[in-house]
Design a protein around this ligand. Structure first.
Ligand code: MTE
Ligand code: MO
Length: 444
């Protein structure tokens, strides 16, 4: 059968197509690093897999890679999308009404059954389906990824995807889908041999020799460039635990989400948990030394380091009390519904007329072993409390007695337990986990 002379796609689309391969591979890999730190799901691979690839304790690295290269993946997809739309080439992928029958015939034929192939254009029905499906899978991955990346700010997206857990499951299933697509691709190539591989690379059924040579060149150059890029990235100097290009992107991400931050948007507000319900414990940095509640004071410092006030717990309890519920969301993947009571940071500042010219707030434990810093907008959020009660009872020492931060627009790393000092600052104060490879902003 003669095929219609295929219209060529412009050359740059070949690069965009090839870029998808290293990008997807990198996103799956960094996703596995994140997944393994995430203790909500059981291990997906056998333990030996994680040991072999030394995947443990690489959450920061996984997140930095994922939230850098995810943008490129999305951008590449968008460019493709607009190209298809503008050039009208999307019609080549349009499925006719008889596609399920045609696609299953192609499938049976591929599996070695003697089924006559339906007549076809540039792509057969099975290819059309597979390629359109990967496009929607890519879009679904980006959207579900964004939903679990910023569930508070993008709550409408979370809801559209059936809630946080739904979005997470979708993200996971689509990843598996990409792995299956890739395997099938490779198996087909191995089965059909060289000629088919040529047409896969060139995107043409009967590539001319010069055309296929150019395409192989493009493929070779892309793979070499990807490997070179990877080793370049790995040999960059570190800033706070990760190569500086990744750190730059994390900072840019932080600025972006800070600009999009909606101060009125409340986090999830689950029903009040039963009084006294145990909350999962995580992290005891700065909690190990003894602390005498009677001698404890909260110190508040101004931008020049000046002491603004020292407060006892009784004085703090006398300030307007706020009660709320929210999710405590640990960066390691678990979340827990909590009810808590305390004073809003914004109330504390306004009641005591302490507001100064500041952009950041730094908090630290009395022994300075643990310290975090936050942007002003997040600190002034209505659900950000200096809390003295958790699930209806006074804080226990391991949960941060006598006073801790609870800030549901940020990951749990920012909810510093056992506050000793708070400082209003113009420059960003140090942050324990941001110095160890994590994103400083850590917003939800
Ligand atoms: N002082 C102090 N505060 C801390 C930590 C810590 O190690 N030390 N860990 C943080 C992390 S990572 C989380 S998830 C929450 C957990 O709070 P919880 O133990 O009350 O559940 O506390 C945060 N506050
Ligand atoms: Mo955490």
């Amino acid at each position: 059968m003669m095929s219609k002379p295929a219209l060529r796609h412009p050359r740059w689309t070949r690069w965009a197509h090839w870029l998808n391969f290293p990008l997807t591979a990198l996103l799956v890999w960094s996703g596995v690093l994140i997944y393994w730190a995430n203790d909500v799901y059981p291990p997906f691979f056998p333990e030996a897999f994680y040991n072999f690839f030394r995947i443990d304790h690489r959450l920061a690295e996984g997140m930095a890679l994922h939230f850098t290269f995810g943008w490129l993946f999305a951008l590449n997809g968008l460019i493709y999308f607009f190209y298809m739309l503008a050039s009208g080439r999307w019609r080549e992928f349009r499925l006719t009404r008889s596609w399920p029958r045609e696609a299953s015939r192609v499938l049976l034929h591929e599996l070695g059954f003697r089924v006559p192939l339906p007549s076809q254009g540039k792509y057969n029905a099975a290819q059309k389906f597979a390629y359109s499906a990967t496009f929607f899978m890519g879009a679904g991955s980006v959207l579900s990824g964004l939903a679990i990346y910023k569930p508070v700010q993008l709550h409408a997206l979370v809801r559209a995807l059936g809630g946080y857990d739904g979005a997470r499951s979708l993200h996971f299933c689509l990843t598996l889908g990409f792995c299956v697509f890739f395997l099938v691709h490779v198996i087909q190539v191995a089965r059909a041999g060289w000629r088919n591989f040529q047409s896969m690379v060139t995107g043409q059924e009967h590539p001319s020799p010069s055309h296929s040579r150019r395409s192989f060149l493009a493929a070779g150059v892309s793979v070499t460039a990807a490997l070179w890029g990877w080793s370049w990235l790995g040999s960059r100097s570190l800033i706070d635990g990760i190569p500086w290009p990744l750190r730059r992107v994390l900072e840019l991400n932080g600025h972006l989400w800070q600009a999009l931050f909606d101060p009125a948007r409340l986090g999830e507000r689950p029903p009040l948990p039963p009084r006294g319900r145990k909350v999962r414990l995580n992290g005891e940095l700065g909690l190990l030394g003894p602390l005498s509640p009677a001698e404890w004071r909260l110190e508040l410092h101004g931008p020049a380091g000046e002491l603004l006030t020292r407060l006892t717990l009784a004085q703090i309890r006398a300030l307007p009390r706020t009660e709320t519920t929210s999710e405590l969301k640990c960066i390691e993947g678990w979340k827990e519904d909590i009810g808590y009571a305390g004073v809003r940071f914004s109330d504390l500042l306004s009641r005591l007329s302490l507001a100064r010219d500041y952009r950041f707030v730094g908090l630290e434990t009395p022994d300075r072993e643990y310290y975090v810093s936050l942007d002003r907008a997040a600190m002034l959020h209505p659900q950000t409390l200096l809390a003295y009660e958790l699930n209806g009872e006074p804080l226990t020492p391991t949960h941060g007695a006598p006073l801790r931060l609870l800030i549901p627009v940020k990951y749990g790393i920012k909810s510093l337990k056992r506050i000793g000092r708070i400082r209003l600052a113009r420059e960003r104060p140090p942050d324990y986990w941001a110095e160890r490879g994590y994103d400083w902003y850590a917003g939800l």
